[in-house]
Design a protein around this ligand. Structure first.
Ligand code: HEM
Length: 424
C-alpha cells in the first residue's frame, strides 16, 4: 500500500506507534484514552509506520469513521479486516488454515446473501422471544453471586459465564461444552494475553490451534443438525442455503466461528467494564437505583464507554477520500471505535460516564451499515437485564481491589473486577 498523498497526516512519536496494535497498550485504558484524546483533538488522522505492519491510517474522529462505514461500496472489509502483523496472515494460511470467510470478511453481494441466512434470528422482535430465557439465566447468576457470599471477581465469576451461557443456549451448544467454547474464543481473540494463551504459545499458534478445534467441533454439529434440526442457531447455519444451495463448507465453518466467538467476550467486557464505571462513579449507580427505567440508557452508556471491539480495518476499493485525505485504491484505514465514542463532536462531555446522556444513540461500538453487529440486540438485552437485577437487589456494592484490563488489541476490556457487596 502506498500512503496518503495528502500532507496533513502526522507520523506518530515512536513511543506511540503501537497505540492501536500493541496488545500491551490496551492494558491501561485511562492512559490510552488520555493519549488518544490529545491526538484526536489535534489531528483528524494519524499514520502508523511499524516495520511489522504495512502503513495504515488510524481514523480517530466519529464523523470520519461514520463516513467510511456508511460508504461500503468504496471501503471494503476483505479477509484482513482485523489488524495483525503482515507475516501473521501468510503464516496462518501456510499452516494449512482455511482462508477466513466469516461475515466480517465478506463484501458486497457475497456478504449480503450470507448474512441473510441468520439475519432474522437477530432482529429486535426475534430477540424479544428470548427475553424470558435471558431473565432466567440472569437470575441464575444473581443467585451465584448470592452464593459467593459477599465478594467475587465479577468479570470472571458472573459476566463471562452469564454472557457465554446466553449465546450458547441460543446457539444450541450444551452446557458441558461451554468451557471449550470459552477457551477457543480466548485463543482467537485473547491470544496475546498470557493469562489466556497456553503456556509458551504465541498469538498465531493460539489462534490456529483454536480454529482447528472449532473445525472438529462444528463438523460434528453439522452432521447432527442436518440429521435432526432443532430450534437453535446451529441448525440454521447447518441447513442454511445461499442462492438455492447449502452454504459451502468454508463459509459454514466461519459462520459458526464468528457467531460462537463474537457474542460473549464482547458482551462480557461491556458488562464488567460497565459495572466498573458505575462503581467508579457511585453517583451514577444511585441514579440508576432511583430511576430503574433508565436501565436501557445505562446499558447503552456502558457499551459506549467500554467499546470492547477496538477496531475494524477497511480497504479502499477505488481511489477514495477520507478525512481530507486522498487515498489510492488499496489503502487501508483503521476505524478506532473507542476513540470515536469519546469524541466531543458526537457526545456532550464525551469523557464523562453518564447514564442519563441523551446522545448515547450516537455510539459506534457496534459499527454501522451492512456489517452492523448482528448480535447488538442480544448484547443490549443481556446487559440491561443483569444491570436491572443488580440495581434492584443489591444493598451495597463496591470495588474490593484494582480492576484489570486484558492485553489484547482487537477485543478487550475488564478481565478482573474484584467487588464486595451485600444483597437486600
Ligand atoms: C457489546 C457487545 C458487542 C459489541 C461491542 C460488538 C461489536 C461489533 C462490531 C464493532 C462489529 C463490526 C461492525 C462493522 O464492521 O461495522 C460486529 C460485528 C458482528 N457481531 Fe458483534 N458485538 C457485540 C456483541 C455481539 C453478539 C452478542 C453477537 C452474537 C452472536 C455478535 C455477532 C456479530 C457478528 C456475527 C458480526 C458480523 C456482522 C457482519 O459482518 O455482517 N456480536 N460486532
Amino acid at each position: 500500500m502506498s500512503a496518503s498523498r495528502h500532507a496533513q497526516t502526522i507520523q506518530l512519536d515512536p513511543s506511540d506507534v503501537g497505540l492501536f496494535h500493541d496488545p500491551a497498550e490496551w492494558e491501561d485504558m485511562v492512559a490510552w484514552h488520555d493519549r488518544v484524546a490529545t491526538l484526536r483533538r489535534e489531528h483528524r488522522v494519524v499514520r502508523i509506520d511499524d516495520p511489522d505492519y504495512e502503513p495504515y491510517l488510524a481514523l480517530l474522529r466519529h464523523a470520519d469513521i461514520f463516513e467510511v462505514e456508511r460508504n461500503h461500496d468504496v471501503w471494503h472489509n476483505t479477509t484482513r479486516v482485523t489488524l495483525a502483523p503482515d507475516s501473521f496472515y501468510e503464516q496462518f494460511l501456510g499452516m494449512g488454515m482455511p482462508e477466513p470467510k466469516s461475515l466480517v470478511h465478506l463484501d458486497g453481494h457475497d456478504h449480503r446473501v450470507h448474512r441473510q441466512v441468520a439475519n432474522d434470528w437477530f432482529k429486535p422482535a426475534a430477540t424479544q422471544r428470548w427475553q424470558a430465557r435471558i431473565d432466567d439465566i440472569a437470575d441464575e447468576f444473581v443467585q451465584r453471586m448470592r452464593d459467593l457470599d459477599g465478594s467475587c471477581d465479577f468479570a470472571v465469576d458472573i459476566a463471562q459465564p452469564y454472557t457465554l451461557r446466553v449465546i450458547m443456549e441460543i446457539y444450541g451448544v450444551p452446557r458441558e461444552d461451554e468451557p471449550l467454547m470459552l477457551e477457543l474464543t480466548q485463543g482467537v481473540f485473547g491470544g496475546s494475553d498470557p493469562e489466556f494463551a497456553g503456556e509458551g504459545e504465541d498469538m498465531l499458534m493460539s489462534a490456529a490451534a483454536s480454529v482447528f478445534k472449532f473445525i472438529q467441533y462444528f463438523n460434528e454439529v453439522t452432521e447432527d443438525r442436518r440429521a435432526a434440526p432443532r430450534d437453535d442457531l446451529a441448525s440454521i447455519i447447518a441447513n442454511g442455503e445461499v442462492e438455492g444451495h447449502l452454504i459451502d463448507d468454508e463459509h459454514r465453518l466461519w459462520y459458526y466461528i464468528i457467531v460462537a466467538t463474537a457474542g460473549h467476550d464482547t458482551t462480557s467486557f461491556a458488562l464488567a467494564g460497565g459495572l466498573q464505571a458505575l462503581l467508579e462513579n457511585p453517583e451514577q449507580l444511585d441514579v440508576l437505583r432511583q430511576q430503574p427505567e433508565l436501565v436501557v440508557n445505562a446499558a447503552e452508556e456502558c457499551i459506549r464507554w467500554t467499546s470492547p471491539v477496538r477496531h475494524m480495518m477497511r480497504y479502499a476499493a477505488v481511489d477514495a477520500e477520507v478525512a481530507g485525505h486522498v487515498m489510492p485504491a488499496g489503502s487501508r484505514v483503521l476505524l478506532c471505535y473507542p476513540s470515536a465514542n469519546r469524541d466531543d463532536a458526537a457526545f456532550e462531555r464525551a469523557m464523562e460516564f453518564d447514564i442519563t446522556r441523551p446522545d448515547v444513540a450516537n455510539l459506534l461500538s457496534f459499527g454501522l451499515g451492512p456489517h452492523f453487529c448482528l448480535g447488538a440486540h442480544f448484547a443490549r438485552r443481556e446487559i440491561r437485564t443483569m444491570l436491572g437485577k443488580l440495581a434492584a437487589q443489591l444493598d451495597t456494592i463496591e470495588l474490593a481491589g484494582t480492576p484489570e484490563s486484558s492485553r489484547a488489541h482487537f477485543v478487550s476490556g475488564t478481565k478482573h473486577l474484584p467487588i464486595s457487596y451485600r444483597f437486600r
